[in-house]
Structures are given as C-alpha cells and as structure tokens.
Design a protein around this ligand. Structure first.
Ligand code: MN
Length: 348
C-alpha cells in the first residue's frame, strides 16, 4: 500500500491522561479505499520502529475491483500486511507473487529499494479488512538487500480469554519467525470471551494499542476503531478489558532514537535521499513489477512553496512542544533547517 494522502490538513484530536496519549485517526484515501491513518502523528513519528499504520475496512468489495494499488517504490522500511478478512495479491520487483489471507503475514523489506503492487485479485472475497504497517529500518540496516517473506504459520498463544498471534517480533518469549532489524512486537489479540486481564509487555518498549473490531477498555481508556492509545516505556503490563470477539492490535518496540524523514513511500534521513529516490523511481531504477495491469504511481511534486507551508505548520507544532518542555526558547537556524526537512514528512 502507498501513502498517497488526500487529507493533509485534518487536525489530530489528541489528549493526555496519566502519561498516556490518545489520538484519533486521520481519514485518508489510498486509491479508492478510505483508511484510518493512525501513524505517523505530527508529534510522534514512530513507536519503536513502527512508523506507519493504516486501518481499512471492514468493507464490502463485492462486485467491485476492490484494492488496486499500482506499482510504487519504497526505501528504508519494511511493509507489513495483515488481514482480518479478504484476500490481497502482492507482486514486487524481485519477482515475488503472493496471495495473502487472514492470519498470514506478508513482510517486504525495502532496504535500499524495491517496488511493489497490491490488488484484490479478479476473483476476490466479498469483504476486505486489514492493516498496512511500516517498520522503519534502523540506520545500520537501511540499505540492506530488498527481500520478501510470506509466513502462513505464526505462533499464537491463549491468555486469559485472548488468543494472541505474534506476527512480528516477540511478546513474552513468543517470537514470530519473520525477519526484524530492531527489538519490537506486533501482535493481534482476539477475545474468545469477555476478557479482563493484564497483558505482560516488555518495559523497554513503548507501545500503541488500537481496536480493529469491537470496543475495548485499555489502561483505563475506552477504545473504538480509529483511536490509538500510546503508552511510553516502563510499563510491565497493560490492563485490557474487552467483550467477546473484539480484535486489538498491539505494536511496540525500543524507541528508535533516530529522526525519520518520511515522504510519500520513502523513509529516509535527509531531503537529498528523498530527492534521489524520486529520481530513481522516475528513471526506472527500482525495477519493474510484472503482472500488474495499469500504470505505475507517479511521485507527487516536491514544490518548494508547498514544502514551506508544511514547514511552517509543522514548525509551530514542534516549537510549541519544545517550548512546553523548556527545550528551546528561540528556534536556531539549524532547527529551522531541520523543520524544513521534517516538513516533507507531513505528506507521509
Ligand atoms: Mn507499498
């Protein structure tokens, strides 16, 4: 999935309670599909290495084309595809072609560069529900070889009424076989009955919890689809209560500690890297995605006036936060230049 975002100006509703943060998704469109964009946030670019969360559906794709995301490039990240309903066909510039269904994991490591397309196959299930997640690659792994993995079997465990599937990283010693480049967790919780429990988590991780289906009360906060609850490091367990059949996602990891520059489908560190990736895509250096009928996506224009307006908006939000935390009084020239660079990330 790509991040062509039609809705840059929607504000994030946000509040803090007991050190936790609750935000509401922005509504964005990817192709013809409306998604709840839960990450990145203007004030929080990543949670562990997780840097992008789109939740779509449940929706009917009966008798329509469904998901059609033409070929597009990625650098510096892993894409994680996780479905609750439906089926999606993945193709990439390595020649991979893989159908994914609920309970399975598609993990694409972009590393220094890959292109892919995702679509509902011609004969597809009538419903579609899932998430598209990105994991930022840490500095030492950013330029790794591109790769694609499909995992049909993932470890799961029962715990106090939850069936927990660990699709990436580790949760209390249960680890997904999928390749990771930082310490993190991605796990799905399905309530097999009415549940009220404490979920043990790694206190070195920061986490987000969100509902994919149903409602839940997590760490004293009511959650419904579209809400994202952030918990900083230092939590040994997370109180969760949910009626039967609720489905939750838990994502977490050791704080990345690296500023991410996200623009379109690229996760980088400098504007120059973004500009290079745009040129590489334009000139066909990411390779071809065979089999997808339709034109590849074009990168949006990097117009300087647009960049500046994003810079100012982003700058004031960041500056407000830094004022509040007494980090700075007057923005330095270096800070202004970083703000301009970060402004690119607003489009992500
Ligand atoms: Mn993609």
């Amino acid at each position: 999935m790509s991040t062509v975002d039609q809705n840059l100006d929607a504000g994030e509703r946000y509040f803090q309670k007991n050190g936790l943060e609750l935000t509401q998704a922005r509504i964005a469109t990817v192709g013809d599909i409306t998604v709840r964009r839960l990450l990145p946030l203007r004030l929080r670019r990543s949670v562990g290495a997780w840097c992008f969360v789109d939740h779509y559906g449940p929706m009917s794709v009966d008798g329509i084309t469904g998901m059609m995301v033409p070929a597009h490039p990625h650098i510096g990240l892993q894409t994680v595809t996780w479905l609750l309903a439906g089926n999606v066909l993945h193709r990439d510039s390595l020649g991979s072609e893989q159908m994914i269904r609920p309970g399975q994991l598609n993990l694409m490591t972009a590393g220094r560069g890959i292109a892919h397309a995702e679509e509902s196959p011609v004969e597809h299930d009538p419903r579609l529900h899932g998430v598209q997640l990105w994991v930022a690659l840490p500095q030492e792994s950013r330029f790794t070889q591109p790769a694609f993995e499909h995992h049909a079997e993932l470890p799961f465990m029962g715990s106090d009424g939850f069936t927990i599937t660990v699709f990436l990283g580790c949760l209390t010693g249960t680890c997904s076989p999928a390749t990771t480049f930082s310490h993190l967790v991605g796990a799905q919780f399905v309530a097999s009955r009415d549940v009220k429990t404490q979920v043990a988590v790694n206190p070195d991780f920061e986490h987000v919890v969100f509902v994919l289906d149903g409602t839940a009360r997590v760490a004293g906060t009511d959650l419904a689809p579209g809400a994202l609850l952030y918990l900083p490091t230092g939590h040994f367990e997370i109180p969760m209560a949910a009626p039967a059949e609720t489905i939750l996602l838990l994502l977490g990891g050791v704080p990345l500690g690296e500023p991410l520059l996200m623009w379109w489908n690229f996760v980088a560190r400098t504007p120059q890297e973004i500009a290079t990736a745009v040129a590489d895509w334009r000139d066909g250096r990411f390779g071809e995605v065979g089999g997808y009928v339709g034109e590849p996506l074009k990168a949006p224009l990097l117009r300087s006036s647009m960049r500046m307006s994003f810079a100012l908006r982003f700058w004031s939000a960041r500056r407000a936060r830094r004022y509040m935390s007494n980090e700075v009084s007057v923005p330095s020239r270096a800070w202004q230049s970083r703000a301009l660079a970060s402004s690119l990330a607003i489009r992500s």
